[in-house]
Design a protein around this ligand. Structure first.
Ligand code: FAD
Length: 382
């Protein structure tokens, strides 16, 4: 499909492809096996310009389109979605400071994030739930000329290595989402407890884990977004995040299909190539059709977002569809490879775990249906 990128943006996509091949591909299986969050590789990707894609050029970023972010994420995800997502989270944190921060925030936080010396993160979800994000209970209470943070955050991507935490906290429970503000908190600050990374089905390279805030005092200037704006800002980026997950799922499905096709062309059974069995061809043809549809949906959502148009429904459709077909498609590709597809010698098992992860991050499949269902019913019940 024709995805409009400038020459400079195209070069960033090529940089991502080369970085994925040269740096990520040789190591991704080891990161997963050893459960390592590859801090140095993330820093190298940031230094290569892949960590500040949306940050305006005047602030030292790439000033690229949202579509470029998705294309870069797709290329990295084609090798390792965990690495890609980790970098997307860093990009988004950096971008939120560049766009919503005052000059002091920008001067204080941006330079070291732009070099990858400081790794970012996004702390909204809590142990008691993520879908109902407005119900968070981590509290921020006034303390002289600053704030005290108390509470727990869960499912923080990059938690294992994050240096700067973008923390969503409630300043006034009576106000619901209007009381939620965003604070920039250094991970090594007193009162911040980094919990051990989770043991999950896969994607350990993104170091997902939790944090506790125990009477953590921050200055007033740590507040990036005041009550009300914090939650609105988080929600304003959600369509982009969802379409980006869809693009990442296209990456893992693309690789899985390539691997399965190559395998099927070389493997023989009953005196012929397994690729010549029509049943197997059709099985992979269905995966290719799903991939084609998922890409069209992901990049149509991105096109709308870049054009500043409403994209909530398109992003929800894209995320729901792409994560679903990634999960079924990777499994079909593994099946086409017989028991070999099940081995860690091939990357498909890693991709399968990431496809499942895609169904939770940035809103579950059910929440996409909530968005779509509400829009479908709106003309009938308003
Ligand atoms: C690997 C990974 C990385 C993550 N990284 C981050 C991160 O960096 N920062 C962050 O803040 N969060 C992160 N998350 C959290 C993610 O956003 C949440 O998992 C997600 O929002 C769902 O929340 P939950 O898991 O608490 O499920 P719950 O909200 O407890 O939902 C449980 C079940 O109920 C369903 N459900 C809930 N509400 C409805 C409804 N209204 N209608 C129908 N069904 C419903 C859900 O779909 C789900 O099936 C990450 C998650 C994962 C798995």
């Amino acid at each position: 499909m024709d995805i409009a990128l400038t020459e400079e943006e195209q070069r960033l996509v090529e940089t991502a492809r080369a970085f994925a091949a040269d740096v990520v591909a040789p190591r991704a299986a080891d990161w997963e096996r050893d459960r390592v969050m590859p801090r140095e590789a993330i820093r190298a990707a940031v230094e290569a310009g892949l960590g500040s894609l949306l940050v305006p050029k005047e602030h030292g970023g790439q000033g690229a389109s949202r579509t470029t972010l998705a294309r870069v994420a797709e290329e990295l995800s084609a090798v390792d979605m965990a690495f890609a997502f980790s970098l997307v989270v860093h990009n988004n944190h950096l971008n939120s400071i560049a766009n919503a921060g005052n000059p002091e925030h920008i001067e204080r936080y941006l330079p070291r994030m732009l070099t990858g010396e400081v790794i970012g993160s996004f702390l909204l979800t809590e142990p008691q739930g993520g879908s109902d994000a407005a119900a968070i209970t981590t509290s921020a209470t006034r303390d002289g000329d600053g704030w005290r943070l108390n509470g727990r955050k869960a499912w923080v991507t990059n938690a294992a290595e994050a240096d700067l935490l973008s923390v969503y906290a409630q300043t006034d429970p009576d106000k619901g989402w209007r009381g939620i503000a965003t604070f920039q908190v250094e991970a090594e600050r007193d009162g911040v407890v980094r919990e051990a990374p989770y043991s999950t089905l896969g994607a350990h390279a993104m170091g997902t884990g939790g944090f506790r805030f125990e009477d953590c005092r921050v200055e007033d200037r740590a507040m990036l977004l005041p009550p009300g704006d914090g939650f609105k800002f988080a929600m304003s980026g959600i369509d982009l995040a969802r379409a980006c997950v869809a693009a990442m799922c296209c990456g893992i499905l693309r690789t899985s299909l390539d691997v399965a096709l190559g395998y099927a062309a070389g493997r023989r059974a009953f005196g012929q190539r397994i690729a010549d069995f029509q049943g197997l061809q059709w099985q992979l043809a269905d995966v290719a059709t799903d991939l084609h549809a998922a890409r069209l949906m992901a990049y149509e959502a991105m096109r709308l977002i870049d054009a500043g148009q409403a994209a909530a429904i398109e992003a929800a459709h894209a995320k729901k569809f792409a994560t679903r077909v990634a999960l079924t498609g990777v499994a079909e590709c593994m099946q086409a490879m017989g028991a070999d597809g099940y081995k860690h010698d091939f990357p498909l098992a890693r991709h399968l775990a990431c496809a499942k992860m895609g169904q939770y991050i940035d809103g579950t499949t059910e929440i996409q249906n909530v968005v779509i269902g509400r829009a479908l019913l709106k003309p009938y019940i308003d």
